[in-house]
Design a binder for this molecule. Structure first.
Ligand SMILES: [Zn+2]
Length: 169
């Protein structure tokens, strides 16, 4: 059992499996294969998948879509105590949005080293490491949960995707 799996429980695994299912829904419907679930007090309050291309919206990452759904449902913009599950290490935008939302825990699947670099905006430092350090009183970050399964959703580090597939997430 990996270190990441020691740090989560069966519920976390279940929610990550739902995020993987959402990622596949995204891929099958013309979105991107990134899925996200936000959970508060054991209940899903928002979920979604990448809709950047469908909505012509560079901010429509799975995590942002899920946060918007949670906001609509709860009629508020802070989700204190919530946990965000994402199939891929969240980017800087989504990590910071989680901080603004008061989401206390981020759990993700694939690490950036497991996927093609096109999925990430940063080149010389890891935004998630900055977030982990700068906001350590506000958020805990655990990566690598079902990491191999999640990584299977994406182009690998050494793949050479066709140009029209090289959208950022
Ligand atoms: Zn993002």
């Amino acid at each position: 059992m990996s270190l990441a799996l020691d740090m989560v429980n069966a519920d976390d695994i279940g929610f990550m499996r739902r995020a993987i299912w959402l990622a596949r829904q995204g891929e099958n419907s013309g979105g991107g294969p990134i899925g996200c679930v936000i959970v508060l007090d054991g209940a899903v309050i928002g979920e979604g998948y990448n809709r950047v291309d469908q909505q012509h919206d560079p901010t429509a990452h799975a995590e942002i879509v899920a946060m918007r759904r949670a906001g609509e449902r709860l009629k508020r913009s802070r989700f204190g105590g919530a946990t965000l599950y994402s199939t891929l290490q969240p980017c800087g935008m989504c990590s910071m949005a989680s901080i603004w939302a008061g989401i206390g825990h981020i759990i993700y699947g694939a690490e950036r080293e497991q996927v093609h670099q096109m999925y990430f905006e940063d080149r010389h430092l890891q935004t998630i490491d900055f977030i982990r350090d700068a906001f350590k009183k506000d958020v805990t970050v655990i990566g690598g949960v079902l990491g191999e399964e999640c990584a299977g959703l994406y182009f690998g580090p050494d793949d050479a995707p066709a140009v029209d597939q090289q959208a950022n997430r």
